[in-house]
Each structure stands twice: as C-alpha cells, then as structure tokens.
Design a protein around this ligand. Structure first.
Ligand SMILES: Cc1cc2nc3c(=O)[nH]c(=O)nc-3n(C[C@H](O)[C@H](O)[C@H](O)COP(=O)(O)OP(=O)(O)OC[C@H]3O[C@@H](n4cnc5c(N)ncnc54)[C@H](O)[C@@H]3O)c2cc1C
Length: 473
C-alpha cells in the first residue's frame, strides 16, 4: 500500500501542472506518487458527457495555444500516448453586428490583409513577434530570471506591460482591429485599463500565428490521459478519489509539490507554514470568476458571418468599448447586460465530439468572483445576436456557475480560472517572492498560482519540480 511506502516526491493535485511536476521528478529518476481529489486526472483539462449521451464536452479548457507552444509539453512523447492536435483553418473569429467577421489565421499577412488601414500596423506588430516566438517563449513561459534573449524580451515587454485599451487605441486606428485586440487581451480577466493586460493580447495573438490554437481530438481529457499514461510509463503512481485534507495523511517523502492555490495550501499545511508566510498567502488576490455553459446542439451554430465556421474559437462583442465595459463591471462586482463571451465550437472540426450532424458548444463569460448571477440568458442572447436562430438548435445545456466550478475543482476559487488575478504585483512574483518555495523546507507550490501563471502549459509544474530537485536532491 502506498501509505507505508516512502517516495522521493509526493504531488497533490493532478492538473496539468501537477502532472508536469510529477513527470519532471520521474524523468529525473525519482519515485513519485500523485494524489488527486477527483475520479480522473487532468484538473482543468477534462471532458465528459454532461448533457446528452454521445456529446463530449470540455468542462474547463478547450483550446490549447499554450500547451502546443509549451517548451515542456513539446519535449514529451505525448503523441505516442494518444494525443492528436486538430488545427482549425483559423485560430479565431470575431464577428460584428453588420454580419461580417475578422479572422485570425496562421499567416500574419492573410490576417493583416483584412484589417484595412490597420494592415501595416498589425503586420509590424505581429510579424517580428511570430518570427521570434520560439526563443521568446523560453523567457515568457518562465519565472522571473535573467532572460536568455534580453533584447527581444525588452522589446516585447515594453508593449506587453501597457494597459490593453491604451495599447489597442494607440496601435490601431480601426474600431474592428481594436475590438479584435481587446478580445484577446480580455483573456487576462483584468479590466483593460490595467497595466499588464496588453501582455495577454500579445501572447495569444502571436501564438495564433506561431503555433496555432488547436483543440484535442476526442476532447480535452485525451491530453490529460496522454500526460497520465506517460507519467505511469516512467513509474509514477497516481491515486484518484483522494482529496488531501492535511499533509499529515500523505506518505513520507523528501519533497511535496502542491498543485494548489494559496488558500488550499494554508488549509492542508497550516502548521508547517510560518506565520509571516501564511499572512502573505492570505493577501494573495483571486480574480474574476467564469460562468460557463456547455450545450448539445441539433445543428452547427447558424452564424451570420460565414467566416465564423472556420475557427474553433469565436469572441463575441462588437467593440473595444463594449468589451472594456463588460470586464470592468465584472471586476467591480456587477452584473453586465452584454457580457464579452468566449466561445468554442470543437465539434465543427472533430466529429468524435457529437453524434452525426449534431454539435457541442462551449462558452463562458467573466463574472465577479464567487458571483451567483445567472448569466445563461445573457450569454445566449449574445450568441443569438451574431447567430440568429441559435436558440432553436439547443437540445440540452449544462450550466456551471463559479460555485459549481469550484465544487468540481477546489483550485477554481470563486470561479477564478487563472489561480489568482494577474495584476501587476502578482504577474511575475506569484504568489509571494518565494515563488515555488514555501516557508517550509521541502514543501513547494506548483500550480498556476506560481509563474508563469494561468493556462494549460505545465510550465509552473516543471519549474517547481526543477527547483525542488536543485534544493533537495
Ligand atoms: C472554464 C475554464 C475554461 C478554460 N479555458 C482554457 C483554455 O481554453 N485554454 C487554456 O490554456 N486554459 C484554459 N483554462 C485555464 C486552465 O484550465 C488552468 O489554467 C489550468 O488547468 C491550471 O492548471 P493547474 O494544474 O495549475 O490546476 P488545475 O488544472 O486546476 O488542477 C488542480 C487539481 O488539483 C486537484 N485538487 C485540488 N485540491 C486538492 C486536494 N486538496 N487534494 C487533492 N487534489 C486536489 C483538483 O481536483 C485538480 O485536479 C480554463 C479554465 C476553466 C475553468
């Protein structure tokens, strides 16, 4: 039995970062046991039939520019363990009220050519970043450290640090291009007037050109399954249905890596943490929540703009001002009438997700942390605005409020999907200046509450495990 054995490393939580930490340990020849509260590994990378039989829904993440671009995941033989990426023709569609849409395609040129007066500005911004992305990513998807490419990073950082709204208004003259950039930047889950919010727009924009925004054939769970299978092939052990309530219940090990946010770390490790460190963790700020809906549909979404059928991801909001208002309201604790909706339609490109001729649909909007507002009608009205007749295609829906998201995964505190708000003070130094280390020797954090933050890339887990290996072995 695991309880009597001693491991080199124990990992708590099997999200992509917990799995990455466990794999890094196992690759270094260390014995690893991973304990997960849920009945399957994956955390924010999971799928299930939650509406009708035969409809496979991604319950959390669905689109993976950061996973396919992750230096760590790319180094793993995940295809041998069943992972297959699907690249839709375009990364992103952004429709407007006049029935037209902008597309972000793999080619910077093609994308820029549809932007009218902003063609040159878009090309000038994105072309060099896309060309340098592979080397830039080594510094961007990493903890704060002396950069490998200081000049490139400084150029990127100068734009990235700016408030997204100001950056979009300064860089682009057309309202449509400004709205496109605002939609990308709103993934930050920050008001677009906040410093650092442009970084998210730039990173997501450039990944569309450099690596694409793929989905996983068969559903997100297949990515988690591939990581799990690879970990097991290295000798790692995984214990499911095992919510850890206290570190005392874990088998003895040289290091413990927690794929948890600060709040849960305090709960399970209270007595091992110094008072000073605990107080710092208590000050960590969580961000907006998500309100998510999965639908089973009788037909594809009847978009007014045909271009929307070329991308798995569609952003719904007509202007920069509308997106900025939606994000500002949610941040300030208010319900918004026209939420910025982030939508994915994977079954258009992966027939295994739904019965023949039928479709799945995934969408969420940002709401105040822990909000109990029901956004179902507002989200569906926003889709109907760009796709009249959408409501007639709905066969069933599964609604996940922030409370429900947190019930399924304790890391989604108040529905915050990024493991903590990426405000400037928490963008690089998260959750404290110690980053992965805690006040307790041998105890580490490895979740998206550590650098480089939210998204499915596994880099938090990888860097936490490297630090533990350096410190303790
Ligand atoms: C609705 C939604 C949509 C998203 N869309 C995208 C997207 O399209 N692309 C993208 O890149 N990212 C997306 N994300 C974000 C992404 O899922 C997260 O950033 C990522 O999963 C964080 O990984 P993690 O390993 O740090 O934590 P998680 O994936 O949250 O994993 C934490 C794990 O720890 C387990 N756990 C918690 N407490 C305990 C305990 N006490 N004992 C044992 N186990 C415990 C949980 O059950 C969970 O399995 C989305 C998230 C959500 C919720």
């Amino acid at each position: 039995m695991a309880e009597r054995e001693r491991y080199d490393a124990v990992v708590v939580g099997a999200g992509p970062n917990g799995l990455a930490a466990a794999i890094t340990m196992a690759q270094a020849g260390k014995s690893v046991a991973l304990f997960e509260a849920n009945g399957c590994a994956g955390g924010g990378v999971c799928s299930a039939e939650v509406t009708l039989p035969g409809f496979v829904h991604d319950l959390c993440s669905s689109v993976y520019p950061l996973a396919i671009g992750s230096p760590f995941f790319r180094s793993l033989p995940l295809a041998q363990h069943g992972l297959e990426w699907i690249h839709p023709p375009a990364a992103l569609a952004h429709p407007f009220d006049d029935g037209t849409a902008l597309l972000v395609e793999r080619s910077v040129e093609e994308t820029a050519s549809r932007l009218g007066d902003d063609e040159g500005a878009y090309r000038k911004l994105m072309a060099p970043l896309a060309a340098e992305w592979e080397s830039l990513t080594i510094d961007i998807l990493a903890p704060p450290r002396w950069p490998r490419r200081p000049l490139q990073l400084a150029r990127f950082g100068w734009s990235a640090i700016q408030p997204a709204r100001r950056f979009a208004e300064k860089t682009f003259s057309g309202g449509r291009t400004q709205a496109l950039f605002a939609g990308l930047a709103a993934h930050s889950m920050l008001p677009l007037e906040y410093w650092g919010s442009a970084a998210f727009g730039l990173v997501l924009g450039v990944t569309a050109h450099a690596v694409g925004w793929p989905i996983v054939r068969g559903g997100a769970q297949k990515l988690a399954d591939a990581l799990t299978a690879y970990l097991r092939s290295l000798g790692g052990e995984i214990f499911l249905h095992h919510p850890v309530e206290s570190l005392a219940e874990l088998p003895s090990s040289r290091v413990v890596l927690c794929d948890l946010t600060p709040r849960q770390l305090i709960q399970i490790a209270r007595h091992r943490l110094s008072r000073n460190y605990r107080e710092k963790l208590q000050k960590f700020r969580y961000g907006m929540g998500a309100f998510k809906i999965d639908w089973a549909l009788s037909a594809a979404v009847p978009w007014r703009a045909a271009e929307c059928r070329q991308a798995a991801t569609v952003h719904l909001s007509a202007s920069l001002a509308e997106i900025a208002l939606s994000e500002r309201m949610a941040w300030a604790g208010f319900q918004t009438n026209r939420p910025f909706v982030l939508l994915a339609q994977p079954s258009l490109f992966d027939e295994s997700r739904a019965p023949a001729g039928k479709h799945t649909l995934w969408a969420y909007c940002h709401v105040p942390n822990g909000s109990v507002f029901d956004m179902t009608d507002k989200i569906e009205t926003q889709i109907e605005r760009f796709a009249p007749g959408f409501r007639d295609t709905i066969l069933a829906r599964c609604v996940s409020s922030p409370v429900e998201l947190e019930r399924r995964n304790a890391n989604l505190v108040g529905g915050d999907i990024n493991g903590g708000a990426p405000i400037l003070s928490q963008l690089f130094l998260r959750p404290t200046r110690r980053l992965y280390a805690t006040s307790s020797p041998g105890l580490y954090l490895c979740s998206s509450s550590t650098p480089p933050g939210g998204g499915v890339h596994g880099m938090c887990g990888y860097f936490a495990a490297r630090k533990a290996l350096r410190d303790r072995f």
